[in-house]
Each structure stands twice: as C-alpha cells, then as structure tokens.
Design a protein around this ligand. Sequence first.
Ligand SMILES: [Zn+2]
Length: 224
Amino acid sequence: MGLNAKGYSERNEKRILDAFNRGLLKEFPNPDRVGCPGSHLLERIASREMPLSEADKWLNHLGSCGPCYSEFLQFRAAHRTRRMQTMVAIAASILLVVGLASWAVVRHQKQQSIVAQTAVLDLRNRSLSRGGESNPVEPPLEVSREVKHLSVYLPLGSAEGPYEMRIATTAGGAVIATTADASLKHGVTSIEVVVDLSSASSGQYVFQFRRPNSEWNSYALLLR
Ligand SMILES: [Zn+2]
C-alpha cells in the first residue's frame, strides 16, 4: 500500500496505533504531560491530515504516553463518526437524486401516455350536418385507436344537457354508442367520454351525436 502525499494509509495508521498500544500497555501515566505534542497535533494525526514524515518524529513520545493515546482514540472516533456521517449524507443525496430522476422519468412517461390517450374532436367550426350523411367537402375528423378519452367540442350554440354519441362504420354499425351530458366550460359546450377503440380496425367511420329523439349530426371520422 503506497503512502499518500498527504496523510497515510491504514497500514501506517496501524504502525502508529501499535506505538500507542505499547504506550498504553506499559501504562505511562504522564500526568504532567511532559513532552506532549498537544491536542491539535494529535487531532491532525487522528484525522490523517498530517503527513507520516511529520508524524514520525512524535511516535517515540506517543509510544510512551498513556494520555496521548486516549486523546488520540477520542479524536479518531470523532473523525470516523464525521467521515461516516459524510458518507451517509453523500449516499443519501445520491439516492435522492436518483429517486427524483426516476420519478421525473415515470411522471413524464405517464403524462406522455395520458396526452396520447386523450383526443379532442373539435366541431365548433364545422357545419351542422343533419341526417346520416356527413358533409363531403370537409376533411374527416381524425382519432388514434389508442385514444381512451374523447373531448367533443360541440358546434357553437349547442345546448347543455344529455346527448347520444356514437362512432359507426360507414355501413351504419355502431362501434361505440354512449350517452353523456354536455356542459359549458369557458364558452365551449363539450362532452367528455371514455372510449375503447382498440378492437376497431383503422379506416373510415362516421362520428355522430344528437339530442335524445332528434336527428343525428354526422361527421366523417378517420381512425388511425
Ligand atoms: Zn503525551
């Protein structure tokens, strides 16, 4: 194990500890602390701040001084506690960052899929098309078969209240048929419906809505 430019390795620390242990085992009480290097130096050795070359010249003293040994042990314990706290704090902040990043990714994916599963059928500027036939001049509405939630913006001036709504094949068979209440929000009368189009094949369909017992309004719809 190499010696760091600053501080020293575990093996070197063991050498110092051995010297201290001899000091303790021989029980040098040294109550007057004769020749002691002082707490600051002991702390620098214990926290490995002092190069071994500098610490070396104190080892003979430390090998024969019980008080220095017990002081060193206290400094070393405090240093290890601080180092452990630092490592725990670093580990915790890494976990926090990883956790936040995963949460952001999951949330982003969820939002993406919610966005992908929600579609707006905007009929506000479309001509009212009474009867079973849609207006052939207007381009068809388009909806993905992935869509699970439809917001239908009814033509301007449409009343609130119950509506029937369906998506039918061009032959007239309903793929989706439901009733829902239209409500006025921010000047738009809209119907919110949950749909499942996953079993329908893509192609041309007709989107229809009506007040109960009224005529259907029909719009060409392309399922993608
Ligand atoms: Zn001493």
